[in-house]
Design a protein around this ligand. Structure first.
Ligand SMILES: NC(=O)c1ccc[n+]([C@@H]2O[C@H](COP(=O)([O-])OP(=O)(O)OC[C@H]3O[C@@H](n4cnc5c(N)ncnc54)[C@H](O)[C@@H]3O)[C@@H](O)[C@H]2O)c1
Length: 281
């Protein structure tokens, strides 16, 4: 396996647990961690999907194992922790990648249109969809930390990396629940960083900009593949003038998971082509 020559970025022998590991972004992240020498535990709800990622890692000479696990189910997390400890060793690096928006927690228009009530407005959004979005993004981040950090606190050198979003800083239109939940992930990241600093468990987050994935395809592309007005607006507000490629996240992730960032904790790093830096004018 192509372990880096630079020991600052080397993850050899580390056990990395990645949730949402069959997803567009986290499958790429998992492969990058294995490329740096980590033994990667791939967690996903559907075993065959995470197995496919594991097959890719192994084909490149890396070390990984796939596990079926829903991040909302404490018992499943407890069981998978035991399995991982047995198979790959206790967790050194936890990446909380499982997340996403609930389609019903979305308004149809970016702002309220008093004249046109034939659209899904704020008033039509079921509270249950709001709650499910908070559960997945916030509780689905909290629970794996509660379970895996039990092993990490004894190590005096461990890393949690949460996955936030642009909508955590300034809420994006249409997705109030997702925005609120990711803002809470940022806050939790800072709280945990302070709390666990005495045992050198670093807690950081990345805030990816806009990546065209299955999750947001509906919002960003028309049926013919052309960009929706919203997607055009995003590109207009992204100084680097493109959507992200999942591989764009890997350098930042390796930095935050390795000794290279050993004095960095409690930060949320935008990986966004400049979106969050641009004031729009
Ligand atoms: N795609 C983007 O542009 C973008 C931007 C900012 C943040 N993000 C965040 O990045 C992370 C990864 O998103 P993605 O774009 O790769 O989406 P994705 O849908 O491809 O990946 C999300 C993964 O989480 C899994 N998941 C969902 N619920 C789960 C549960 N209860 N238990 C276990 N796994 C569960 C899904 O099966 C999927 O594999 C998410 O937290 C998302 O909010 C994405």
């Amino acid at each position: 396996m192509g372990v880096t020559a630079d020991p600052l970025f080397d993850l050899t022998g580390k056990t990395a647990v990645v949730t949402g590991a069959s997803g567009v972004l986290c499958s790429e992240i998992a492969i990058a961690l294995a490329d740096r020498g980590a033994k990667v535990a791939l967690l996903g709800r559907t075993l065959k999907n995470v197995e496919a990622v594991s097959t890719t890692i192994k084909a490149k000479g890396g070390s990984s194992k796939a596990y079926s696990c829903d991040v909302m189910v404490v018992e499943a997390l407890e069981n998978v922790r035991k399995e991982i400890n047995r198979d790959l060793g206790t967790c050194d690096i936890l990446i909380n990648g499982a997340g996403g928006n609930h389609p019903d927690a979305t308004t149809q228009n970016p702002v309220y249109d008093h004249q046109n009530q034939n659209t899904r407005t704020f008033f039509d959004m079921p509270v249950s969809a709001f709650q499910q979005t908070f559960d997945l993004n916030l509780v689905g981040t909290l629970l794996p930390i509660k379970i895996f950090a039990r092993d990490m606190v004894d190590k005096h050198e461990s890393v949690v990396l949460n996955v936030s979003s642009m909508s955590a800083f300034n809420p994006l239109t249409k997705v109030p629940a997702y925005s609120g939940a990711k803002a809470a992930v940022n806050n939790l990241t800072q709280w945990l960083a302070t709390y666990f600093a005495p045992v050198n468990m670093r807690v950081n987050a990345i805030a990816p900009g806009f990546f065209l994935t299955s999750q947001n395809k509906q919002l960003l592309t028309n049926e013919d593949g052309s960009l929706t007005p919203r997607a055009q607006q995003i590109i207009a507000n992204t100084p680097m003038k493109r959507f992200g490629d999942p591989g764009d996240l890997c350098g930042t992730v390796i930095w935050l998971c390795s000794d290279a960032s050993r004095f960095v904790t409690g930060v949320v790093i935008p990986v966004d082509g400049g979106f969050s830096a641009f004031g729009g004018v």
